[in-house]
Design a protein around this ligand. Structure first.
Ligand code: PEP
Length: 250
């Protein structure tokens, strides 16, 4: 999208022990270059590594975020972390509504929307994930699903600054399968139209990431599709060599 700085974001999921910090260090050094003026980078490690990760990346353009947050700032919610805690650890972004959370924890569009609002209250950027299942794609329901998830998961106050949308077809996550460039183009053009109709110029400037089996070998093609403003990367974000190769595909 013209005038939109792309974002290459990594989601480590439930992976990463202290010894993974060597990879993170290599990433933070690897993105310390001229390309970082044109392309933003972000890694979302597990919450256990958040604070040490931000300390490690302080002098780097690499941003650090989290993978989920609670809707409340604090309180009796054992095991959860709040957006305020993420911001307190110098995290700048939080992923909300990832399909694994929608499936494993039965998160609804309404809950995801509340989490995005909580992220903004703490000054974080919300990366809101949407995407159809294989059955929905086969039934020809993809665009209906995207329409419904955008309407339900994105709060009314969304702006180009506080929100990133990640289109992640569920069947493409961790499978090595990807939609064709034409399918990605169709989904992203549809999302752009929906967001522009609802949010005007904020929707026109919102970053739309593609996620689902992005690898060094397919990054250039996928990132080159119209209305694709970066990637959300799972597996290939665990190794600095892969993550940096995707970043350098720009
Ligand atoms: C993800 O979980 O956001 C993702 C896109 O995973 P992968 O790249 O491993 O398919």
């Amino acid at each position: 999208t013209p005038d939109v700085k792309p974002l290459v974001a990594g989601n480590w999921k439930m992976n990463g022990l202290r010894n993974s910090l060597d990879e993170l260090k290599a990433m933070s050094e690897g993105v310390h270059d001229a390309l970082s003026e044109k392309v933003d980078t972000l890694i979302c490690p597990p919450a256990t590594l958040l604070y040490v990760a931000t300390a490690l990346a302080t002098d780097s353009p690499l941003m650090i975020g989290a993978q989920d947050c609670h809707t409340k700032q604090s309180g009796a919610h054992t095991g959860d972390i709040s957006a305020e805690m993420i911001a307190d650890c110098f995290g700048t972004h939080v992923i909300v509504g990832h399909s694994e959370r929608r499936t494993d924890h039965e998160e609804t569009d309404e809950l995801v929307s509340e989490k995005a609002a909580a992220a903004w209250s703490a000054g974080l950027v919300a990366i809101i994930c949407i995407g159809e299942t294989e059955a929905q794609r086969k039934a020809g329901e993809t665009l209906d699903v995207l329409k419904r998830q955008l309407a339900g998961s994105v709060p009314d106050d969304a702006t180009a600054e506080n929100t990133v949308i990640a289109y992640e077809p569920v069947w493409a996550i961790g499978t090595g399968l990807t939609p064709t460039a034409a399918d990605v183009a169709e989904a992203h053009a549809f999302m752009r139209n929906e967001l522009t109709a609802r949010f005007g110029k904020e929707g026109a400037g919102m970053r739309l990431l593609y996620g689902g089996s992005v690898k060094p070998g397919n990054a250039r093609e996928l990132m080159g599709v119209a209305n694709v403003d970066g990637a959300l990367i799972g597996g290939a974000s665990l190794k600095a060599a892969d993550f940096l190769a995707i970043y350098k595909a720009y």
